[in-house]
Design a binder for this molecule. Structure first.
Ligand code: AMP
Ligand code: MG
Length: 479
């Protein structure tokens, strides 16, 4: 029998946090087949290739067979969704098999759990594949994210507005602990809350264990991780789309790729999600929502930071107030690197702001603009042939920018920071339609290109371009 090399599945969450999780063996999908396999991630986890290709592996990740020692659970969590508190969310369609190499192994779309409420616990195939491709792209860019190990087709249907083919995603994460997990623990009692906080510190921020006030330091560390993460999203033109507190991890990994999408033309008000009518989670609002969510997180920690509530609130507020300046620092560092600037000071931050004003006023493609800039500076493209050709302000901006950069190797530097390939909405959409129809050719090709997002490839120019039509792109939550 084939086996997983060195496999050692642990169940620390199931064992230590049973008050906020429910044991839940998957029912399984007998007809399932694997359609995307992430061999390199499998190897990192200690699975050998033979195992990945075995029927045993299919059985495990289709939920038909349990890994030895696995204690499958569904995790409970609450969450503020579009600003409204929902105390009872939880893994309604996901089951955690346990941890391998300290990484959570979760099956998403695997059927009902005690937290399913009225849902069927299932996922449609298309969003499973979408999450697979986009999360692996984020990883290729070194943006903290949950990973995708396998995508399976269940060969059973799910009923949404129409009947759709079903899918299962094997999601791998540093953990699935969310701000919403703390909100849920807070609805239980302070003992549970403390156990969750200690567990989280042990797992994600072990260096803080011996600090003076480890819960306050923990809060500061999460603020820092999330501020850095959101600055990276902004640098990529990524709109998460559903930054509810249950979709924000305490590890700082991007999670839940439901209605997310990438901006084409630069417009800070960009929203893709069909349900985000007021633009709460628009591109430009992401930093403000970050702070809002961190404030909700801070509230959960009040009982732990100090016995005296007033002191606790004061201390947490002081830390929270540093989150926006810290985000801003990350933001300018991120965009400074994107523009090949040597260092960031007041003058340079104005160069960044002015650049974004040009993109906005001329509706220029965000991703392409940086690659064009690299070509202009190495003289392989003229301004007239570039995306900046209509901008009256660009030549002046270009002159002041050039004064602030070291022109040696600047185009290489820019190209190493700015991807030419991103999961363009129109390309992904076409590839998903084909994949659901049974042809994986296009999605496999896009996945390959996105593994090396900085390297231009002859013959694949169309994959770097924005769509020819400017029709608004709409995304849906419903996996
Ligand atoms: P999400 O949109 O992925 O952030 O999910 C929000 C909440 O709805 C989570 O508690 C999910 O587990 C739950 N949920 C979403 N889809 C389903 C489904 N098909 N069946 C059961 N629960 C679901
Ligand atoms: Mg979610």
């Amino acid at each position: 029998m084939k086996n997983i090399k060195n496999l050692n599945i642990m169940n620390s969450y199931a064992e230590e946090l049973h008050e906020i999780s429910e044991k839940c063996p998957p029912e399984g999908f007998k007809q399932a087949e694997m359609i995307l396999k992430n061999y390199s991630l499998a190897e990192e986890l200690g699975f050998d290739r033979d195992y990945v290709d075995s029927s045993d592996c299919l059985d495990v990740f289709a939920g038909n067979k349990l890994l030895k020692d696995s204690i499958p659970i569904a995790q409970g969590y609450s969450g503020h969704q579009f600003g409204h508190f929902n105390p009872q969310l939880g893994d309604g369609r996901a089951i955690l098999l346990g941890e391998i190499n300290k990484m959570d192994i979760q099956l998403k779309g695997i059927g009902q759990t005690p937290y399913s409420r009225r849902g069927d616990g299932r996922s449609a195939l298309s969003p499973v594949l979408r999450e697979y491709v986009i999360s692996e792209f984020m990883h290729a860019l070194k943006i903290p994210t949950t990973r995708s190990l396998f995508a399976l087709k269940t060969n059973e249907n799910v009923l949404r507005e129409t009947v759709l083919p079903g899918g299962i995603l094997t999601r791998v994460a540093k953990s699935h602990i969310r701000i919403g997990t703390f909100e849920y623990a807070r609805t239980k009692n302070n003992e549970v809350l403390k156990t969750l906080a200690d567990y989280s510190i042990d797992r994600h921020y072990p260096d803080l264990k011996h600090t003076d006030n480890k819960y306050l330091s923990f809060f500061a560390a999460v603020c820092d991780k999330q501020a850095s993460l959101i600055s990276k999203w902004m640098g990529l033109g990524f709109v998460h789309g559903v930054m509810n507190t249950d979709n924000m991890t305490i590890s700082g990994e991007t999670i839940d790729y439901g209605p997310c999408a990438f901006m084409n033309t630069y417009d800070p008000k960009t929203v893709f999600s069909s349900i985000d009518h007021n633009g709460r989670y628009s591109y430009q609002n992401q930093p403000a929502i970050l702070i809002w969510n961190l404030a909700k997180f801070a509230e959960t920690l009040i009982p732990l930071v100090d016995e005296d509530t007033d002191i606790s609130v004061k201390k947490l507020t002081e830390v929270l107030q540093l989150a926006m300046p810290s985000y801003q620092e990350y933001f300018y560092k991120e965009f400074g690197e994107k523009l090949g600037l040597e260092n960031i000071d007041n003058d340079n931050s104005k160069i960044i702001d002015d650049y974004l004003k040009i993109l906005h006023s001329e509706s220029i493609d965000f991703t392409l603009s940086f690659r064009n800039l690299a070509k202009i500076v190495d003289q392989s493209l003229t301004i007239d042939d570039s995306v900046f050709n209509k901008s009256k302000d660009f030549p002046k901006w270009y002159k002041s920018w050039k004064k602030e950069i070291n022109t040696v190797n600047v185009s290489e530097k820019i190209n190493l920071k700015n991807p030419c390939f991103i999961p363009r909405n129109h390309l992904i959409e076409d590839a998903l339609i084909n994949a659901v129809d049974g042809s994986m050719k296009e999605i496999n090709l896009i996945s390959e290109l996105l593994k090396e997002p900085f390297t231009e490839k002859k013959g694949f120019e169309k994959y770097t371009l924005a769509p020819s039509s400017n029709e608004p792109y709409i995304t849906y939550c419903g996996t």
